[in-house]
Write a protein of this length. Structure first.
Length: 240
């Protein structure tokens, strides 16, 4: 068998409305909250009996916004440039977690906060996610600490989480907008800080002065910001 068919069992409702600014790994932005909507016929509550006993879950998903790599003959590239290595060094695709793969399948470890039944639908409450809005999920598995955690494991180029070297500040306009939104969006400021501390810019932009104004669509907002070598300044937070 050369091909397999998978059923989409759920879809994620995420604050990341586009690929830009999504953290490159799960667990880097604790304030990133989401709901996983279970699709019929898999929304039978009996299929989730016992899941509340687990704090974390593995999600197997499809990179549905992935752009195919440019190897004309094979339709994929055997090497990629990991952002963690500055985007300058090529490694084999199977030695990385790049979304540009022969099969656009991803694996993400998320924090689980319980089941929600609302308006006849079934949702899983999640946080610490790294999934763009609308990502199709093909399987859910509980995280088993003794089997899934190997502290002494060796990683070739990402042994530790990235250092957070950039300070995040808000200009006067952004501060006033946050103040007006604080009652309805209580965690918005912390969420923005955690996302921007990961520096979502392309790797090549981080090595030289950068005057570009960037924009990212998070939750209900278009957020504009600018970066120096050491500081990111949020310029505006506008409702979409």
């Amino acid at each position: 068998m050369n091909n397999f068919n998978h059923q989409v069992i759920a879809t994620i409702h995420s604050p990341y409305k586009e690929k830009f600014a999504v953290p490159r790994q799960p667990g880097l932005v604790p304030s990133a909250k989401a709901e996983l909507e279970i699709l019929p016929p898999y929304n039978d509550i009996n299929a989730f009996n016992g899941l509340d006993d687990f704090s974390h879950l593995w999600l197997i998903f499809e990179f549905h916004k992935n752009i195919a790599t440019t190897d004309i003959e094979n339709g994929w590239s055997p090497t990629v440039r990991p952002p963690r290595l500055g985007g300058n060094k090529r490694l084999g695709v199977f030695a990385t977690r790049s979304p540009n793969r022969p099969n656009s399948i991803g694996l993400s470890l998320v924090e689980f906060h319980g089941l929600i039944q609302r308006d006849g639908k079934l949702f899983l409450s999640l946080s610490n996610i790294d999934l763009v809005d609308g990502t199709p999920i093909v399987d859910i598995k509980p995280y088993i600490p003794y089997a899934d955690a190997i502290p002494e494991a060796k990683a070739g180029f990402a042994q530790k989480s990235p250092e957070l070297t950039l300070a995040v500040s808000f200009n006067e306009k952004a501060c006033l907008q946050l103040q007006a939104l604080s009652e309805q969006y209580q965690d918005l400021q912390q969420f923005i800080i955690e996302v921007l501390q990961q520096d979502p810019r392309p790797a090549y932009k981080k090595l030289k002065p950068d005057t570009k104004v960037y924009a990212m669509h998070l939750s209900d907002f278009n957020i504009k910001w600018q970066c120096t070598l050491e500081t990111i300044t949020v310029l505006s937070i506008e409702l979409v």
